[in-house]
Design a protein around this ligand. Sequence first.
Ligand code: CA
Length: 230
Amino acid sequence: MTADTAQRGLVLVVEDEPAIAALVRLYLARDGFGVHLERDGAAGLAAARRLRPVACVLDIALPGMAGTEICRRLREAGDWTPVIFLTARDDEVDRIVGLELGADDYVTKPFSPRELVARVRAVLRRAAGPPAGAEQPRVVGAVTLDPARRTVTAAGVPIQLTSTEFDLLAHLMARPGRVFTREELLAGVWGYAAHAGTRTVDVHVAQVRAKLGSASVIRTHRGVGYAADA
Ligand code: CA
């Protein structure tokens, strides 16, 4: 297993199917990322802790430890490195995003390696956030969101959001009252077009609402999309 840190940073790929792992490595390396490969879940978790990659690409079904468990343990330890899951089945998606694993994105097998690289770049762009001091904190109802510090509080209580959840809430709170369609949110928050499927928007909105609890400021406009309270 080799690790080389190219100019875009090191991506950890944990995938037990050699052909898929090799393809993912090739495309990420071609795009300027360093790639470290592991085939076993336990070794993958150890590598994530040891190498501090800029992002992790995790298969779900792995020998040793499931990809979901790797993610859960990283989050438990306060590690919010962006994670993209490789799923074998469409019906795993709700489970992945809904488990509070802090997954940032996923692709369903078979996937295009180009698409995966685009997703990795998108999560890194989002995780980087706007330049410090570029934006003032936004307040809607009891929720305060600070784009520079990337923090959210609800009724004064700090709320831990994944980078995707944060960006979704920030996007809505940037223009309170404006109704965004799911397609607009996919393009504006995830950074890619709606062919990925809009269900991921619904699942993430549900997740943000659950975390904000009674302070939630996200309103559903049936048949249209979502808005932050005006
Ligand atoms: Ca597998």
